[in-house]
Design a protein. Structure first.
Length: 265
């Protein structure tokens, strides 16, 4: 049976439903597909789609999120490719869309993420499973918002994602929305992922600097480097997956943020 869907970029695709040969080119959405109960249907993923690790090992790797192996994807002959506007390269997606149905997400907020989970659930015939995940995410993050208010958490923060040069998550990003949900206000006013100087953070009355584990793998040794430049701010390492993965990882993120908020009282 054929079925038509509209993706989050307004593009209409028609697929054989339910799809049996899926390639996912975004790590958080790959994990979501497995958590929705798919298994053999997922025939290809990127080298960054490491969760769940036992599934990762057994699947064909089709390159990285920004540099897909188009010829290999053609050889695999998928009946559906699932990607994301921010994480994948436009030219790759446009080329693949000439051969296969490509469904794209476009995510900026927690609400967008839950909408994506529901839409991917419908796309792969797993609507009840997607609904259950969204129930857990909604309930958990509502509790986190309430806790942040009750405990008067109101921290000015910067979230670093890269070094040499330092880059931050700015406004109009999923990370920014997750910060707000947990009582943190981003001191970076620019949108997306601007380059910053440490001096700029020092003059922005930044109280907390979060060093993400991805895409740059910040470590303990980087805390001292940044702390010495900005002595008045608290500098801590954080799990980047919890702040930036917008699929089923959000269920695990709830417990992570319950513990994380305790550092902010």
């Amino acid at each position: 049976m054929q079925k038509t869907f509209t993706d989050q970029m307004g593009r209409e695709i028609t697929i054989n439903f339910p799809p049996q040969r899926i390639i996912s080119v975004v790590p958080s959405q790959t994990e979501l597909l497995f958590d929705l109960g798919l298994d053999q249907e997922i025939i290809g993923l990127t080298k960054f789609c490491i969760h769940p690790i036992e599934k990762f090992a057994a699947r064909t790797k089709v390159g990285g999120t920004k540099k897909l192996n188009i010829d290999l994807i053609k050889d695999l002959n998928p009946d559906l490719i699932i990607g994301n506007k921010e994480e994948n390269t436009q030219s790759d997606i446009e080329e693949l869309a000439g051969y296969f149905p490509v469904w794209m997400s476009d995510i900026f907020t927690l609400d967008d993420a839950m909408k994506t989970i529901a839409e991917i659930g419908a796309l792969v015939n797993r609507e009840p499973e997607a609904g259950y995940l969204n129930h857990l995410i909604s309930a958990g993050f509502n509790d986190l918002k309430t806790l942040a208010l009750q405990n008067h958490i109101n921290k000015k923060v910067a979230y670093l994602i890269w070094r040499k040069p330092y880059m931050t998550a700015g406004k109009n990003t999923f990370i920014d929305n997750i910060l707000l949900t947990n009582g943190m206000t981003n001191v970076i006013e620019e949108e997306r992922y601007p380059v910053v100087m440490l001096e700029q953070l020092k003059t922005s009355n930044c109280e907390l600097i979060l060093l993400s584990s991805e895409p740059y793998p910040f470590r303990e040794k980087h805390i001292e480097e940044i702390q010495s430049a900005i002595p008045d701010a608290k500098v801590i390492l954080v799990d980047g997956e919890m702040f930036s993965w917008y699929g089923s990882r959000l269920v695990k993120a709830v417990q992570y943020f319950f513990e994380f908020q305790k550092q902010l009282y």
